[in-house]
Design a protein around this ligand. Structure first.
Ligand SMILES: NC(=O)c1ccc[n+]([C@@H]2O[C@H](COP(=O)([O-])OP(=O)(O)OC[C@H]3O[C@@H](n4cnc5c(N)ncnc54)[C@H](O)[C@@H]3O)[C@@H](O)[C@H]2O)c1
Length: 451
Protein backbone atom coordinates (compact mmCIF):
# COMPACT_ATOMS: atom_id res chain seq x y z
CA UNK A 1 0.00 0.00 0.00
CA UNK A 2 0.98 3.63 -0.28
CA UNK A 3 0.94 5.33 3.08
CA UNK A 4 1.65 8.76 4.46
CA UNK A 5 2.43 9.83 8.03
CA UNK A 6 1.62 13.30 9.33
CA UNK A 7 4.23 14.04 11.99
CA UNK A 8 7.66 12.47 12.29
CA UNK A 9 7.92 12.34 16.08
CA UNK A 10 8.31 9.21 18.19
CA UNK A 11 5.07 7.71 16.88
CA UNK A 12 4.96 8.93 13.27
CA UNK A 13 8.56 8.13 12.46
CA UNK A 14 8.56 4.70 14.07
CA UNK A 15 5.23 3.83 12.41
CA UNK A 16 6.45 5.04 9.01
CA UNK A 17 9.75 3.21 9.24
CA UNK A 18 8.23 -0.07 10.44
CA UNK A 19 5.47 -0.04 7.81
CA UNK A 20 8.04 0.69 5.08
CA UNK A 21 10.10 -2.18 6.42
CA UNK A 22 7.36 -4.72 5.64
CA UNK A 23 7.12 -3.45 2.06
CA UNK A 24 4.79 -0.46 1.95
CA UNK A 25 5.68 2.80 0.20
CA UNK A 26 5.71 5.47 2.88
CA UNK A 27 6.03 9.24 2.79
CA UNK A 28 6.55 10.95 6.15
CA UNK A 29 5.40 14.56 6.32
CA UNK A 30 6.35 17.18 8.91
CA UNK A 31 6.05 20.93 9.24
CA UNK A 32 9.49 21.03 10.84
CA UNK A 33 11.91 21.69 7.95
CA UNK A 34 14.96 20.85 10.04
CA UNK A 35 13.59 17.40 10.96
CA UNK A 36 12.78 16.58 7.34
CA UNK A 37 16.19 17.82 6.14
CA UNK A 38 17.88 15.56 8.70
CA UNK A 39 15.70 12.59 7.83
CA UNK A 40 16.41 13.02 4.12
CA UNK A 41 20.08 12.57 4.97
CA UNK A 42 19.17 9.36 6.77
CA UNK A 43 19.67 10.87 10.23
CA UNK A 44 17.03 10.35 12.89
CA UNK A 45 16.01 13.45 14.86
CA UNK A 46 15.18 11.24 17.86
CA UNK A 47 17.05 8.52 19.71
CA UNK A 48 15.34 5.16 19.55
CA UNK A 49 17.27 1.88 19.64
CA UNK A 50 17.30 0.17 16.23
CA UNK A 51 15.75 3.12 14.40
CA UNK A 52 18.87 4.32 12.55
CA UNK A 53 19.45 0.95 10.89
CA UNK A 54 15.83 0.58 9.73
CA UNK A 55 15.79 4.17 8.53
CA UNK A 56 18.89 3.69 6.38
CA UNK A 57 17.72 0.32 5.07
CA UNK A 58 14.29 1.54 3.93
CA UNK A 59 15.52 4.83 2.47
CA UNK A 60 18.03 2.84 0.44
CA UNK A 61 15.31 0.44 -0.70
CA UNK A 62 13.33 3.45 -1.99
CA UNK A 63 10.29 2.70 0.18
CA UNK A 64 10.68 5.60 2.62
CA UNK A 65 10.59 9.27 1.69
CA UNK A 66 10.28 12.53 3.60
CA UNK A 67 8.49 15.72 2.69
CA UNK A 68 7.22 19.03 3.98
CA UNK A 69 4.68 19.17 1.17
CA UNK A 70 1.22 17.77 1.94
CA UNK A 71 0.24 17.29 -1.69
CA UNK A 72 3.41 15.33 -2.41
CA UNK A 73 2.87 13.19 0.70
CA UNK A 74 -0.84 12.43 0.38
CA UNK A 75 -1.88 12.61 -3.25
CA UNK A 76 -1.19 8.91 -3.95
CA UNK A 77 -1.69 7.57 -0.43
CA UNK A 78 -4.22 4.83 0.26
CA UNK A 79 -4.01 5.59 3.98
CA UNK A 80 -2.99 8.75 5.81
CA UNK A 81 -1.90 8.47 9.46
CA UNK A 82 -2.27 11.47 11.75
CA UNK A 83 0.57 11.18 14.28
CA UNK A 84 0.89 14.76 15.55
CA UNK A 85 1.25 15.79 19.18
CA UNK A 86 -1.81 16.23 21.42
CA UNK A 87 -0.43 18.20 24.37
CA UNK A 88 -2.62 19.20 27.27
CA UNK A 89 -2.67 22.20 29.58
CA UNK A 90 -2.25 21.87 33.35
CA UNK A 91 -5.90 20.94 33.86
CA UNK A 92 -6.00 18.35 31.08
CA UNK A 93 -7.64 20.27 28.23
CA UNK A 94 -6.17 18.64 25.13
CA UNK A 95 -4.93 21.10 22.58
CA UNK A 96 -6.24 19.80 19.26
CA UNK A 97 -4.67 22.49 17.10
CA UNK A 98 -2.18 20.10 15.53
CA UNK A 99 -4.93 17.55 14.85
CA UNK A 100 -7.14 20.22 13.28
CA UNK A 101 -4.27 21.53 11.14
CA UNK A 102 -3.48 17.98 9.98
CA UNK A 103 -7.15 17.39 9.11
CA UNK A 104 -7.19 20.65 7.14
CA UNK A 105 -4.18 19.71 5.03
CA UNK A 106 -5.75 16.32 4.30
CA UNK A 107 -8.99 18.05 3.31
CA UNK A 108 -7.12 20.35 0.92
CA UNK A 109 -5.56 17.36 -0.83
CA UNK A 110 -8.86 15.44 -1.00
CA UNK A 111 -10.62 18.49 -2.39
CA UNK A 112 -8.02 18.90 -5.09
CA UNK A 113 -8.36 15.22 -6.07
CA UNK A 114 -12.14 15.60 -6.34
CA UNK A 115 -15.04 13.17 -6.17
CA UNK A 116 -13.63 10.63 -8.58
CA UNK A 117 -10.97 9.14 -6.32
CA UNK A 118 -10.48 5.89 -4.43
CA UNK A 119 -11.49 6.59 -0.83
CA UNK A 120 -8.44 7.13 1.34
CA UNK A 121 -8.52 5.98 4.96
CA UNK A 122 -7.59 8.76 7.38
CA UNK A 123 -6.24 7.05 10.49
CA UNK A 124 -5.94 8.94 13.77
CA UNK A 125 -2.94 7.44 15.55
CA UNK A 126 -2.38 10.27 18.00
CA UNK A 127 -3.88 9.79 21.46
CA UNK A 128 -7.06 11.84 21.33
CA UNK A 129 -9.99 12.62 23.62
CA UNK A 130 -12.91 10.34 22.91
CA UNK A 131 -14.88 11.71 19.96
CA UNK A 132 -11.92 13.40 18.23
CA UNK A 133 -11.83 11.02 15.25
CA UNK A 134 -15.41 12.09 14.47
CA UNK A 135 -14.31 15.70 14.85
CA UNK A 136 -11.61 15.01 12.23
CA UNK A 137 -14.14 13.30 9.97
CA UNK A 138 -16.64 16.16 10.29
CA UNK A 139 -13.98 18.82 9.79
CA UNK A 140 -12.77 17.21 6.58
CA UNK A 141 -16.33 16.59 5.39
CA UNK A 142 -17.24 20.24 5.97
CA UNK A 143 -14.32 21.29 3.76
CA UNK A 144 -14.62 18.75 0.95
CA UNK A 145 -18.39 18.58 0.67
CA UNK A 146 -20.66 15.52 0.40
CA UNK A 147 -19.26 13.82 -2.71
CA UNK A 148 -15.55 13.40 -2.02
CA UNK A 149 -15.07 9.87 -0.65
CA UNK A 150 -12.92 9.03 2.41
CA UNK A 151 -13.05 6.86 5.53
CA UNK A 152 -11.78 7.44 9.04
CA UNK A 153 -10.32 5.08 11.63
CA UNK A 154 -8.79 5.38 15.07
CA UNK A 155 -5.70 3.29 15.73
CA UNK A 156 -4.14 4.12 19.11
CA UNK A 157 -0.44 3.42 19.44
CA UNK A 158 0.95 1.52 22.42
CA UNK A 159 4.68 1.63 21.72
CA UNK A 160 7.07 2.40 24.56
CA UNK A 161 9.84 4.87 23.89
CA UNK A 162 13.13 3.03 24.28
CA UNK A 163 11.60 -0.16 22.84
CA UNK A 164 9.42 1.41 20.16
CA UNK A 165 10.64 -0.63 17.18
CA UNK A 166 10.27 -3.89 19.05
CA UNK A 167 6.82 -2.89 20.32
CA UNK A 168 5.59 -1.81 16.90
CA UNK A 169 6.88 -4.95 15.21
CA UNK A 170 5.56 -7.31 17.89
CA UNK A 171 2.63 -5.57 19.54
CA UNK A 172 0.78 -7.25 22.42
CA UNK A 173 -2.32 -6.24 20.52
CA UNK A 174 -3.50 -3.91 17.81
CA UNK A 175 -6.60 -1.82 18.46
CA UNK A 176 -8.58 -0.33 15.63
CA UNK A 177 -11.80 1.68 15.67
CA UNK A 178 -13.77 1.86 12.43
CA UNK A 179 -17.16 2.82 11.07
CA UNK A 180 -17.59 -0.13 8.68
CA UNK A 181 -16.27 -3.62 7.96
CA UNK A 182 -14.42 -2.57 4.82
CA UNK A 183 -12.14 -0.21 6.73
CA UNK A 184 -11.78 -2.84 9.46
CA UNK A 185 -10.52 -5.32 6.85
CA UNK A 186 -8.07 -2.76 5.39
CA UNK A 187 -6.65 -2.22 8.88
CA UNK A 188 -6.43 -5.97 9.49
CA UNK A 189 -4.54 -6.40 6.21
CA UNK A 190 -2.15 -3.62 7.18
CA UNK A 191 -1.33 -5.12 10.58
CA UNK A 192 -1.36 -8.77 9.60
CA UNK A 193 2.47 -8.99 9.20
CA UNK A 194 2.89 -7.70 12.77
CA UNK A 195 0.70 -10.26 14.51
CA UNK A 196 2.19 -13.46 13.13
CA UNK A 197 2.96 -14.20 16.79
CA UNK A 198 -0.76 -14.81 17.23
CA UNK A 199 -1.43 -11.63 19.15
CA UNK A 200 -4.88 -10.17 18.50
CA UNK A 201 -6.16 -7.34 16.35
CA UNK A 202 -9.24 -5.90 18.04
CA UNK A 203 -11.55 -4.15 15.62
CA UNK A 204 -14.21 -2.12 17.39
CA UNK A 205 -16.17 1.12 17.22
CA UNK A 206 -14.23 4.36 17.12
CA UNK A 207 -15.22 5.75 20.52
CA UNK A 208 -14.20 2.55 22.30
CA UNK A 209 -10.86 2.41 20.45
CA UNK A 210 -10.09 5.97 21.53
CA UNK A 211 -10.99 5.09 25.12
CA UNK A 212 -8.80 1.94 25.16
CA UNK A 213 -5.68 4.10 24.93
CA UNK A 214 -6.68 6.25 27.91
CA UNK A 215 -7.78 3.25 29.95
CA UNK A 216 -4.46 1.48 29.32
CA UNK A 217 -2.28 4.48 30.14
CA UNK A 218 -4.34 5.45 33.18
CA UNK A 219 -4.00 1.88 34.52
CA UNK A 220 -0.22 1.87 34.04
CA UNK A 221 0.09 5.29 35.68
CA UNK A 222 -2.08 4.01 38.52
CA UNK A 223 0.29 1.10 39.16
CA UNK A 224 3.24 3.47 39.46
CA UNK A 225 1.46 5.83 41.83
CA UNK A 226 0.15 2.88 43.85
CA UNK A 227 3.60 1.40 44.49
CA UNK A 228 4.93 4.85 45.34
CA UNK A 229 2.18 5.27 47.92
CA UNK A 230 3.09 1.89 49.42
CA UNK A 231 6.78 2.91 49.37
CA UNK A 232 5.94 6.05 51.31
CA UNK A 233 4.05 3.95 53.87
CA UNK A 234 7.08 1.61 54.07
CA UNK A 235 9.27 4.60 54.93
CA UNK A 236 6.93 5.65 57.71
CA UNK A 237 6.78 2.17 59.25
CA UNK A 238 10.36 0.99 58.67
CA UNK A 239 9.39 -1.65 56.09
CA UNK A 240 11.49 -2.23 52.96
CA UNK A 241 9.49 -1.72 49.76
CA UNK A 242 11.77 -3.97 47.70
CA UNK A 243 10.84 -6.89 49.97
CA UNK A 244 7.21 -5.81 50.05
CA UNK A 245 7.07 -5.67 46.26
CA UNK A 246 8.62 -9.16 45.96
CA UNK A 247 6.08 -10.59 48.37
CA UNK A 248 3.22 -8.77 46.68
CA UNK A 249 4.19 -9.31 43.05
CA UNK A 250 4.59 -13.08 43.38
CA UNK A 251 0.79 -13.16 43.34
CA UNK A 252 -0.07 -13.96 39.72
CA UNK A 253 -3.13 -11.73 39.91
CA UNK A 254 -0.83 -8.77 40.60
CA UNK A 255 2.39 -9.42 38.66
CA UNK A 256 5.46 -7.22 38.80
CA UNK A 257 5.38 -4.93 35.79
CA UNK A 258 5.16 -1.20 36.38
CA UNK A 259 5.34 -1.73 40.11
CA UNK A 260 8.73 -0.15 40.75
CA UNK A 261 8.88 2.65 43.30
CA UNK A 262 10.81 5.76 42.39
CA UNK A 263 10.37 9.34 41.29
CA UNK A 264 7.05 8.70 39.55
CA UNK A 265 6.19 8.71 35.89
CA UNK A 266 7.05 11.35 33.32
CA UNK A 267 7.18 11.52 29.55
CA UNK A 268 4.76 12.83 27.01
CA UNK A 269 2.00 10.28 27.65
CA UNK A 270 1.09 9.27 31.21
CA UNK A 271 0.96 12.78 32.68
CA UNK A 272 -1.20 14.21 29.91
CA UNK A 273 -3.35 11.13 29.44
CA UNK A 274 -4.21 10.90 33.15
CA UNK A 275 -5.13 14.59 33.10
CA UNK A 276 -7.17 14.06 29.94
CA UNK A 277 -9.19 11.35 31.75
CA UNK A 278 -9.90 13.81 34.53
CA UNK A 279 -10.94 16.45 32.00
CA UNK A 280 -13.13 14.02 30.04
CA UNK A 281 -14.86 13.23 33.34
CA UNK A 282 -15.35 16.91 34.18
CA UNK A 283 -16.76 17.58 30.72
CA UNK A 284 -19.50 14.96 31.14
CA UNK A 285 -19.95 15.26 34.93
CA UNK A 286 -18.33 11.91 35.74
CA UNK A 287 -16.16 11.83 38.88
CA UNK A 288 -12.62 10.50 38.31
CA UNK A 289 -11.16 10.36 41.85
CA UNK A 290 -8.73 7.54 40.99
CA UNK A 291 -7.11 9.45 38.15
CA UNK A 292 -6.97 12.59 40.28
CA UNK A 293 -5.21 10.75 43.09
CA UNK A 294 -2.81 9.07 40.66
CA UNK A 295 -1.84 12.43 39.20
CA UNK A 296 -1.51 14.25 42.54
CA UNK A 297 0.57 11.47 44.05
CA UNK A 298 2.84 11.45 41.06
CA UNK A 299 3.54 15.17 41.26
CA UNK A 300 4.00 15.02 45.05
CA UNK A 301 6.50 12.17 44.73
CA UNK A 302 9.09 14.46 43.17
CA UNK A 303 8.71 17.04 45.92
CA UNK A 304 8.80 14.35 48.58
CA UNK A 305 12.12 13.16 47.17
CA UNK A 306 13.45 16.70 47.01
CA UNK A 307 12.60 17.16 50.68
CA UNK A 308 15.02 14.28 51.43
CA UNK A 309 17.76 16.34 49.79
CA UNK A 310 16.86 19.43 51.80
CA UNK A 311 16.67 17.51 55.02
CA UNK A 312 20.05 15.79 54.51
CA UNK A 313 21.76 19.16 54.18
CA UNK A 314 19.59 20.63 56.95
CA UNK A 315 18.76 23.25 54.35
CA UNK A 316 16.01 25.73 54.97
CA UNK A 317 12.95 25.08 52.83
CA UNK A 318 13.24 28.39 51.00
CA UNK A 319 15.09 29.92 48.07
CA UNK A 320 18.81 29.92 48.79
CA UNK A 321 18.53 26.87 51.06
CA UNK A 322 21.07 24.94 48.99
CA UNK A 323 23.45 27.80 48.21
CA UNK A 324 27.05 26.58 48.08
CA UNK A 325 26.06 22.99 47.29
CA UNK A 326 26.85 21.30 44.01
CA UNK A 327 24.38 18.59 43.03
CA UNK A 328 25.13 16.10 40.29
CA UNK A 329 22.42 14.31 38.32
CA UNK A 330 22.80 11.00 36.56
CA UNK A 331 20.00 10.77 34.04
CA UNK A 332 17.82 13.50 32.55
CA UNK A 333 15.55 11.51 30.18
CA UNK A 334 12.22 10.53 31.73
CA UNK A 335 13.25 6.89 31.43
CA UNK A 336 16.21 4.92 30.04
CA UNK A 337 16.83 4.24 26.33
CA UNK A 338 15.19 7.47 25.17
CA UNK A 339 16.28 11.07 24.67
CA UNK A 340 12.79 12.32 25.58
CA UNK A 341 12.88 14.75 28.49
CA UNK A 342 9.22 15.81 28.41
CA UNK A 343 7.84 15.90 31.99
CA UNK A 344 11.01 14.16 33.19
CA UNK A 345 11.30 13.98 37.00
CA UNK A 346 14.99 14.89 36.62
CA UNK A 347 14.08 18.21 35.02
CA UNK A 348 11.72 19.05 37.91
CA UNK A 349 14.40 18.17 40.47
CA UNK A 350 17.14 20.05 38.61
CA UNK A 351 14.96 23.15 38.44
CA UNK A 352 14.08 22.84 42.12
CA UNK A 353 17.73 22.41 43.09
CA UNK A 354 18.67 25.45 41.02
CA UNK A 355 15.86 27.53 42.51
CA UNK A 356 17.19 26.67 46.00
CA UNK A 357 20.59 28.01 44.99
CA UNK A 358 22.45 24.76 44.25
CA UNK A 359 24.86 24.46 41.36
CA UNK A 360 23.63 21.69 39.07
CA UNK A 361 25.79 19.39 36.95
CA UNK A 362 24.06 16.69 34.95
CA UNK A 363 24.81 13.86 32.58
CA UNK A 364 22.56 11.70 30.41
CA UNK A 365 23.80 9.11 27.91
CA UNK A 366 21.56 10.40 25.08
CA UNK A 367 19.37 13.28 26.31
CA UNK A 368 22.10 15.91 26.86
CA UNK A 369 21.37 17.74 23.62
CA UNK A 370 17.64 18.04 24.37
CA UNK A 371 18.41 19.08 27.95
CA UNK A 372 20.77 21.84 26.81
CA UNK A 373 18.05 23.20 24.52
CA UNK A 374 15.39 23.00 27.24
CA UNK A 375 17.34 24.25 30.24
CA UNK A 376 19.73 26.83 28.84
CA UNK A 377 23.20 27.78 29.98
CA UNK A 378 22.51 28.01 33.74
CA UNK A 379 22.59 24.23 34.00
CA UNK A 380 25.90 22.53 33.39
CA UNK A 381 25.33 19.46 31.22
CA UNK A 382 28.43 17.35 30.78
CA UNK A 383 29.32 14.45 28.51
CA UNK A 384 30.75 12.03 31.04
CA UNK A 385 29.05 10.53 34.10
CA UNK A 386 32.16 10.86 36.26
CA UNK A 387 32.79 14.44 35.17
CA UNK A 388 29.30 15.26 36.48
CA UNK A 389 30.21 14.23 40.04
CA UNK A 390 33.58 16.00 40.33
CA UNK A 391 33.42 18.12 43.48
CA UNK A 392 29.73 17.33 44.00
CA UNK A 393 28.11 17.41 47.44
CA UNK A 394 25.45 14.95 46.35
CA UNK A 395 24.55 12.68 43.45
CA UNK A 396 20.95 12.27 42.40
CA UNK A 397 20.29 9.17 40.32
CA UNK A 398 17.26 10.24 38.36
CA UNK A 399 17.04 7.80 35.43
CA UNK A 400 17.73 4.07 35.62
CA UNK A 401 20.09 3.78 32.68
CA UNK A 402 22.02 0.49 32.73
CA UNK A 403 25.39 2.26 32.93
CA UNK A 404 24.45 3.76 36.31
CA UNK A 405 23.65 0.39 37.86
CA UNK A 406 27.20 -0.69 38.74
CA UNK A 407 29.43 2.37 38.75
CA UNK A 408 33.00 2.37 40.03
CA UNK A 409 32.15 3.41 43.59
CA UNK A 410 35.81 3.90 44.52
CA UNK A 411 36.07 6.45 41.72
CA UNK A 412 32.76 8.01 42.73
CA UNK A 413 34.06 8.37 46.29
CA UNK A 414 37.27 9.97 45.14
CA UNK A 415 35.56 12.47 42.89
CA UNK A 416 32.75 13.63 45.16
CA UNK A 417 33.25 16.28 47.83
CA UNK A 418 30.62 14.68 50.07
CA UNK A 419 29.60 11.04 49.76
CA UNK A 420 25.87 11.37 49.47
CA UNK A 421 23.66 9.45 47.04
CA UNK A 422 20.01 10.26 46.42
CA UNK A 423 18.91 7.13 44.65
CA UNK A 424 15.64 8.05 42.96
CA UNK A 425 15.39 4.72 41.16
CA UNK A 426 16.44 2.32 43.94
CA UNK A 427 19.42 1.17 41.89
CA UNK A 428 21.67 0.43 44.87
CA UNK A 429 21.18 -1.65 48.00
CA UNK A 430 21.39 0.32 51.25
CA UNK A 431 23.77 -2.29 52.77
CA UNK A 432 26.08 -1.98 49.75
CA UNK A 433 26.10 1.81 50.13
CA UNK A 434 26.78 1.61 53.84
CA UNK A 435 29.82 -0.59 53.17
CA UNK A 436 31.04 1.83 50.51
CA UNK A 437 30.80 4.69 53.03
CA UNK A 438 27.99 6.63 51.40
CA UNK A 439 24.96 8.27 52.87
CA UNK A 440 22.15 6.82 50.77
CA UNK A 441 18.56 7.88 50.39
CA UNK A 442 16.22 5.84 48.23
CA UNK A 443 12.46 5.32 47.95
CA UNK A 444 10.58 3.13 50.43
CA UNK A 445 13.70 1.89 52.18
CA UNK A 446 15.53 3.02 55.30
CA UNK A 447 18.13 5.72 54.66
CA UNK A 448 21.80 5.12 55.37
CA UNK A 449 23.43 8.07 57.07
CA UNK A 450 27.20 7.64 57.00
CA UNK A 451 28.50 11.16 57.18
N1 LIG B 1 5.72 9.21 22.39
C1 LIG B 1 5.13 8.08 22.74
O1 LIG B 1 5.72 7.21 23.36
C2 LIG B 1 3.70 7.84 22.34
C3 LIG B 1 3.18 6.53 22.45
C4 LIG B 1 1.87 6.32 22.08
C5 LIG B 1 1.08 7.36 21.64
N2 LIG B 1 1.60 8.63 21.57
C6 LIG B 1 0.75 9.70 21.06
O2 LIG B 1 1.11 9.94 19.70
C7 LIG B 1 1.01 11.33 19.39
C8 LIG B 1 2.34 11.85 18.88
O3 LIG B 1 3.29 11.71 19.91
P1 LIG B 1 4.85 11.92 19.64
O4 LIG B 1 5.55 11.63 20.92
O5 LIG B 1 5.25 11.16 18.41
O6 LIG B 1 4.88 13.48 19.32
P2 LIG B 1 6.10 14.39 18.87
O7 LIG B 1 5.89 15.70 19.49
O8 LIG B 1 7.38 13.66 19.09
O9 LIG B 1 5.91 14.52 17.28
C9 LIG B 1 4.87 15.20 16.67
C10 LIG B 1 5.37 15.67 15.30
O10 LIG B 1 4.26 16.19 14.57
C11 LIG B 1 4.73 17.30 13.81
N3 LIG B 1 3.56 18.08 13.38
C12 LIG B 1 2.75 18.87 14.13
N4 LIG B 1 1.77 19.40 13.39
C13 LIG B 1 1.95 18.94 12.13
C14 LIG B 1 1.26 19.10 10.90
N5 LIG B 1 0.16 19.86 10.82
N6 LIG B 1 1.73 18.50 9.80
C15 LIG B 1 2.84 17.72 9.86
N7 LIG B 1 3.52 17.51 10.99
C16 LIG B 1 3.09 18.11 12.12
C17 LIG B 1 5.68 17.99 14.74
O11 LIG B 1 6.55 18.87 14.05
C18 LIG B 1 6.40 16.78 15.36
O12 LIG B 1 7.54 16.42 14.61
C19 LIG B 1 0.52 12.01 20.67
O13 LIG B 1 -0.88 12.08 20.62
C20 LIG B 1 0.95 11.04 21.76
O14 LIG B 1 0.13 11.11 22.90
C21 LIG B 1 2.90 8.88 21.89
Amino acid sequence: MRLSMIGTGYVGLVTGVCLANVGHDVVCLDIDDAKIAKLRKGQSPIYEPGLDELLAHNIKAGRLKFSTDAWEAHQNADMIFICVGTPSDERGHTDLKYIDAAADTVADVLLKLGSNQKPKVIVVKSTVPVGTTFRVRDRIRAKVGPTVPFEVADNPEFLKEGAAIEDFNKPDRVVVGVENDRTGQTMRDLYDPFVRNGHPIFVMDILSAEMVKYAANAMLACKISFINEMANLCEAYGADVSKVREGMCADKRIGGQFLYPGLGYGGSCFPKDTLACIMMGETRGVPTPVNKAVHELNQAQRERFFSKILSHYKAKNAPGGLTGKTLAFWGIAFKPRTDDIREAPAITLMRLAMSYGAKVKAFDPVANENARKELGANFEIVDDMYEAIEGADGLIVSTDWDEFKSPDFARVSKLMRQHVLFDGRNLYRPSQMQQAGFSHYSVGRAPVVSC
